[in-house]
Design a protein around this ligand. Structure first.
Ligand code: CUA
Length: 335
């Protein structure tokens, strides 16, 4: 009921939103606004064509019925009238399709042409089934990696350099841009800009295996000062654990299988096989947008990821309850 109250008309079009957005129908930047204009134009033209076609069909049926009632024989085929009608319909169809083509290509150009200046570059690598996100600032400490949550400053163009490690994925944040495929061995790119602060949900848009549906991401668009503060924190090392439970949790992490696949800056764990966990606790979700990042969800995920995301690369864990508690405390300290 609450859902209905919050967005009754949008519900019909699947454009419902709660705390986060995911809708092509609510553009939040110049690229998505153009995509939205194209969509609206196509909708209007298609509606007009549909209504005219239905009216013409009804008119023909009504005219035929009237002749029958009057006892007249059916209309003879009027060759010249027929030719004229078919010609007009063909020309109109080609003209409409050509208009769509030209408009579509021009929208495509806007979203692919590189922005002039001042762009932020972010590398996104698709994995089964999560997103590796690297901020590619060439300055000495500017390069850092995170996962599944991309912070961007509003009002600044962001270039996404896209790659895939295994199969083809597709990067799509509907409120901000169209889609772009991530292809193993071939770099593609896309850029967009967010004009309104907000949290926008993105989704892998190319079937990439069993857990394709659970390959989501969040784009957090924030005012430049807030973004700068986030980036400053994100490029720093994880703070060493202070309380005894977290210290013990770090030891559990380092001697269990966790450290074989994950990276935590400033610790011996340095593998990039799985998502970077340096600032895990600052993220909104875990398992690529599948679960809210709470202690309980984290525990469930660590104990048996296969229950939540069957087929994911992370194996189940047999930690003792006290080791698990300590590990959770440590992970939750990684802000
Ligand atoms: Cu990655 Cu679908």
């Amino acid at each position: 009921r609450a859902l209905l109250r919050s967005c009754p008309p949008a519900l019909l079009l699947g454009a419902c939103r709660g705390a986060t957005y995911q809708s092509v129908l609510e553009p939040k930047g110049p690229q998505s606004a153009r995509v939205h204009d194209l969509w609206r134009f196509a909708l209007i033209v298609a509606t007009v064509v549909f209504v005219l076609t239905v009216l013409a069909t009804l008119w023909a049926a009504w005219a035929g019925a009237r002749r029958r009632r009057a006892g007249l024989p059916p209309d003879l085929v009027d060759e010249r009238g027929m030719t004229r009608g078919v010609t007009i319909a063909t020309v109109a169809t080609v003209a409409i399709l050509m208009t769509f083509l030209v408009y579509d290509l021009s929208v495509g150009r806007t979203t692919t042409r590189a922005p002039s200046r001042n762009a932020l570059t972010i590398e996104v690598t698709g994995h089964q089934w999560w997103w590796e996100v690297t901020y590619a600032d060439p300055s000495p400490r500017g390069r850092f990696t995170t996962a599944n949550e991309i912070h961007i400053p509003v009002g600044r163009p962001v270039v996404f350099v896209l790659n895939a490690s295994d199969v083809i994925h597709s990067f799509w944040v509907p409120n901000l841009s169209g889609k772009r495929d991530l292809i193993p061995g071939r770099t593609t790119s896309l850029w967009f800009q967010a004009d309104t602060p907000g949290v926008y949900r993105g989704q892998c848009a190319e079937f990439c295996g069993y857990q394709h549906a659970k390959m989501a991401l969040f784009v957090v668009a924030e005012p430049p000062a807030q973004y700068a503060a986030w980036a400053q924190a994100a490029m720093s090392q994880a703070p060493p654990p202070s309380d005894p439970a977290a210290v013990r949790g770090q030891q559990v992490f380092m001697k269990s299988s966790c450290a074989l696949c994950h990276n935590i800056e400033g610790t011996p764990a340095g593998s990039h096989a799985g998502p970077d966990l340096t600032h895990l606790a600052s993220r909104r979700t875990i398992a690529a947008g599948t679960l809210r990042n709470t202690r309980g969800n984290l525990a469930g995920w660590i104990v048996d990821p296969q229950r939540i995301k069957p087929g994911a690369n992370m194996p189940p864990n047999q930690l003792s309850p006290s080791d698990l508690e300590a590990l959770l405390t440590y992970l939750q300290s990684l802000r």
